[in-house]
Design a protein around this ligand. Structure first.
Ligand SMILES: Cc1cc2nc3c(=O)[nH]c(=O)nc-3n(C[C@H](O)[C@H](O)[C@H](O)COP(=O)(O)O)c2cc1C
Length: 353
């Protein structure tokens, strides 16, 4: 079974993907594989102001099979961006995001808005696919409303001629977050596009849910349930020690990642376009080791505050977590957060022994 950590803006950055992959490789079952995405990146931002968006492309040598996800509405910009990624980076796949439901974006026909004019969108998919050598994929919603369901089915079948994979979120734009999923319809899509990898996306909350949803599809994509919970990708339950080891490693890697961005590791040499110079995992780890050993030297980073979105889930269900959760917002610097987490860990292990 293919298990996919879904793309999530501000969540599936390089540091978190490393953590998820490490846990997956440690506990995967035979015949399981993991797929990883970058967060989405505006193709327009990439073409016109790359300095602000290339951080979404950070990738180490640990992630050879990574999908770079882009969005925009205008074909010239999408093609130019996809070509640049194709030439200057080493992603396994380039993907167009037609999933996001923001009403503002719908109006300018990007993201889910691309589903409104299906003929035009098919032309865009065709042009991108023909302009790059990296395999191309698509993430989309099943359909916009009940009324365009059949039309959308035909659209997806047609789109499958240009893409290697389609990740489908089985909720319509109209349904938003409620309503039932039409499973027979979904599984029929796989029959109709047998040469294309079709992935389930919606509401997988546990590892066991994967087997329940997959049916004849090729894999399942997990999003919200994986935030601060990489264990959803595998069947084992972590010990307290393992949980904390992951928290400390993730935090240090996330700090190392921020430090790397601060140095603006960018190059315009050879290409004429601003390109992010990619670090190796070893280089990031060296930085993380230094940060871990000298926490007092790393004030003024935004990572400790951003880290809360993972942390509250990481410590969910642990003894004393209510008390610690109240104190986490006050720990704004890395050193403060470390002290708090070490104290928490001490409390738990003491009460166990
Ligand atoms: C915080 C957050 C950020 C997201 N960012 C992206 C993104 O960058 N690209 C994308 O295609 N989908 C994005 N999504 C949507 C998810 O990939 C996924 O389709 C959605 O959450 C439904 O899956 P789930 O029910 O497993 O959460 C995001 C979702 C969340 C919660």
């Amino acid at each position: 079974m293919k298990i996919w950590l879904a793309p999530m803006d501000w969540v599936t950055d390089c540091a978190y993907r490393i953590i998820c992959k490490e846990i997956f490789l440690r506990y995967q079952k035979p015949h399981e594989s993991l797929m990883l995405w970058t967060e989405f990146m505006s193709a327009d931002g990439y073409m016109h102001n790359p300095v602000w968006v290339v951080k979404h492309l950070l990738q180490t040598d640990y992630e050879s099979e990574l999908i770079a996800q882009i969005f925009w509405w205008n074909v010239e910009t999408l093609v130019a961006c996809a070509q640049s990624l194709d030439q200057h980076y080493s992603f396994g796949w380039i993907e167009l995001n037609m999933w996001c439901p923001s009403p503002k974006i719908m109006k300018c026909e990007a993201w889910s808005g691309m589903l409104k004019n299906k003929e035009k969108t098919l032309q865009i998919l065709k042009q991108i696919a023909q302009s790059i050598t990296t395999p191309f994929s698509l993430k989309t919603r099943a359909w916009l409303t009940e009324a365009d369901k059949e039309e959308q089915f035909a659209f997806l079948v047609e789109a499958s001629k240009y893409v290697w994979m389609i990740g489908v979120h089985w909720r319509t734009y109209k349904q938003s977050h409620s309503g039932e999923v039409d499973r027979p319809f979904i599984y029929k899509l796989k029959q109709a596009c047998s040469d294309t990898v079709i992935i389930w996306n919606w509401w997988i909350r546990t590892y066991q849910d994967c087997a329940d949803r997959i049916g004849p599809l090729d894999g399942v994509m997990i999003a919200q349930a994986a935030i601060g919970n990489p264990r959803v990708l595998v069947e084992t339950t972590p010990s307290v020690e393992e949980r904390f080891a992951v928290i400390f490693r993730h935090l240090a890697l996330a700090m190392a990642q921020e430090q790397y961005f601060k140095e603006r590791a960018l190059s315009t040499e050879k290409t004429g376009h601003t390109i992010l110079i990619q670090p190796t995992l070893h280089q990031l780890e060296n930085r993380a080791d230094h940060i871990h050993a000298h926490p007092e030297k790393y004030d003024g980073y935004y990572t400790p505050r951003e880290f809360r979105k993972y942390l509250f889930n990481y410590i969910s269900g642990l003894e004393y977590n209510k008390e610690i959760k109240k104190r986490i917002p006050a720990a704004k610097e890395y050193a403060e957060l470390r002290v708090l987490l070490e104290e928490f860990y001490g409390l738990i292990t003491k009460s166990v022994s």
